[in-house]
Design a protein around this ligand. Structure first.
Ligand SMILES: NC(=O)c1ccc[n+]([C@@H]2O[C@H](COP(=O)([O-])OP(=O)(O)OC[C@H]3O[C@@H](n4cnc5c(N)ncnc54)[C@H](OP(=O)(O)O)[C@@H]3O)[C@@H](O)[C@H]2O)c1
Length: 297
């Protein structure tokens, strides 16, 4: 089974690359330096040469705030790039596995979003990702898109690494306490995508469509930060935990607005793919911080 993987240097892509050999998959690992997904002819050329069996797109423009002033590039990568991959997949009768985000929803709710809840993105990043989701679905019937949230991973920059750095440098920090969501470990997303690939490999089919896929557990950035500090101390990365003061969203202004409640109901994924299931974000956090501790970070 040969996989064309895009965005291999990103949080999720890196995890897919490192876990794929466990499944005996051959991965053609690419990132922007050797495959720019906005260039459809480059994708066609690579497919003609490599003859892969499935495409997994983990490439994206993920700078949520920067996207507000960089709309063309955000759309180019998240909408056109995703569509290009879906087109080349369809031309070659291949399926595509894609990733989307909670930012397709407004977050102005108090109940978890279902897979078929109406999207209502509030910023450029969410709009561009929604456009990508729709174009992948329109272009290739054999698509499976996982919508995920608050991704953290061993490789790349993310909230967990920022908190560990701030925790080492400060006795007190302030973190937003009125936004709710589900942190999701990049390693869990990678495992799900690889198990979906395995299922496709064994059966030649998948129940295609869009699925919410997040780690289990609802928290706030403030509670997440407290847990990061506690595990950081437990694993010896931090000498002690700083005081984590709760603040309101208004006290931490950002260029793009954040969904106040971006919790997604992932029960359809769990029921459709019981052999994959949903893990807790806390188990992913422990795995990540243990790995950082082992690396001496
Ligand atoms: N991060 C989150 O909190 C989060 C939350 C929900 C959903 N998601 C979704 O999850 C997926 C994976 O996210 P992630 O956190 O792993 O993202 P990431 O760490 O930002 O990785 C994305 C990778 O794509 C690369 N890339 C950018 N433009 C490209 C292009 N034109 N052609 C090829 N590669 C390109 C990036 O390279 P450069 O670094 O050089 O730009 C980067 O290596 C994305 O679809 C994202 O929208 C992420």
């Amino acid at each position: 089974m040969k996989i064309l993987l895009t965005g291999c240097d990103g949080q999720v892509g890196w995890e897919i690359s490192r876990k794929a050999p466990d499944y005996n998959f051959d991965v053609i690992a690419t990132d922007i330096h050797n495959l720019d997904i906005t260039d459809i002819e480059a994708i066609r050329t690579l497919q003609a040469k490599k003859q892969v069996d499935i495409i997994i797109n983990s490439a994206a423009y993920t700078a949520v705030d920067k996207a507000e002033s960089d709309k063309d590039l955000a759309y180019s990568v998240n909408a056109l790039g995703a569509k290009n991959l879906a087109i080349v997949a369809a031309e070659n009768n291949l399926p595509i596995l894609h990733i989307s985000t909670d930012y397709v929803f407004s977050g102005n709710t108090t109940i978890p979003y279902a897979d078929d809840s109406t999207p209502d993105p509030q910023g450029v990043y969410g709009e561009s990702k929604l456009a990508g989701e729709l174009q992948v679905a329109e272009t290739n019937a054999r698509h499976l898109t996982l919508r995920t949230s608050w991704v953290f991973g061993i490789e790349g920059q993310n909230f967990v690494k920022t908190m560990l750095r701030l925790g080492a440098e400060n006795n007190e920090i302030s973190v937003v306490a009125d936004q709710f969501g589900s942190p999701t470990f990049a390693g869990h997303i990678a495992t799900a995508l690889l198990k979906l690939t395995k299922q496709y490999h064994e059966s030649g089919d998948l129940p295609w469509g869009n699925y919410n896929f997040c780690d289990a557990g609802i928290t706030t950035w403030h509670m997440f930060a407290n847990k990061i500090m506690a595990i950081g101390v437990e694993k010896g990365i931090l000498d002690q935990s700083p005081i984590v003061q709760p603040i309101r969203t208004e006290e931490y202004p950002t260029a793009a607005s954040r969904p106040p409640y971006s919790v997604m109901d992932c029960s359809r994924f769990a029921e459709t793919f019981p052999h994959i299931g949903i893990s807790s974000w806390e188990s992913g956090l422990r795995e990540m911080i243990q790995t950082l501790a082992d690396q001496g970070i």
